[in-house]
Design a protein around this ligand. Sequence first.
Ligand code: AP5
Length: 242
Amino acid sequence: MNIILLGPPGAGKGTQAKRIEERHGPVQLSTGDMLRSAIRAGSPLGQRAKPIMDAGKLVPDEILIDMIAERIALPDCARGFILDGFPRTVVQAEALDHMLARIGKKLDHVIEMRVDEAALVERITGRFTCAKCGTGYHDRYKQPKVQGVCDVCGAKEFTRRADDTAEAMKTRLAAYHAQTAPILPYYRSTGLYSAVDGMAEIDEVTRQIDAVLAKPPPVRLGDIPKPIKVAPRRRTEETEGA
Ligand code: AP5
């Protein structure tokens, strides 16, 4: 199952992509996480991306397209993938189509997480993650069960993203409207598209996504199997007299 999750920053794409991965098996491919790990590694790519990301702007298309093309080609993606944060521009959406056609893969679902943007600043500025295992939390909506201790790995250190400020959020939302929202009409017209209510509680959003994934993917023109020619039945000893 190959899925795209779309929605503005803070819509809950990462939260739900992790749950889809756990419940249904496809691998989460978060371009934001890939870039952040390049920054942590201090690679040339990371050094180039850091100031752009901290300011809330989009990293150039060619970097992201190469990054995703390499990642989708890895063997674990044979069990399916969830694109979280890609595509984010018309150029990336077109490149994805070509990339998938080249490697003989198809999308099954494109899910838009619809949200009330007024709530997003609170979601983003309240977000923090475990410094060891990366589990995500929120000051108000998802606190660790024991204050200051990660539920998953027990670590006691947490981090906040450099771009999770109200100021950078203005630029991130502007980038979403100018560069990402224009790809929505394209996916809405494919028959692969569904929308879920990203303002619902986290478990309810998961239920809505599960309901979308339970629907069989639509039959697309290229998928309609050619009629199978049935060879005329030969008379053999077994069929004679039957
Ligand atoms: P990226 O890491 O992709 O960030 P983003 O799209 O801005 O999305 P977020 O990770 O901030 O939000 P999310 O929708 O995943 O929400 P989450 O589940 O965490 O990209 C970062 C940067 O990298 C970009 O700005 C750009 O510079 C660069 N980049 C990445 N991809 C690129 C590309 N393709 N092209 C160019 N540049 C690229 O949830 C947010 C918070 O809300 C959490 O605390 C969570 O617990 C809480 N929450 C989630 N759901 C709910 C709910 N239903 N109710 C209440 N709280 C909720």
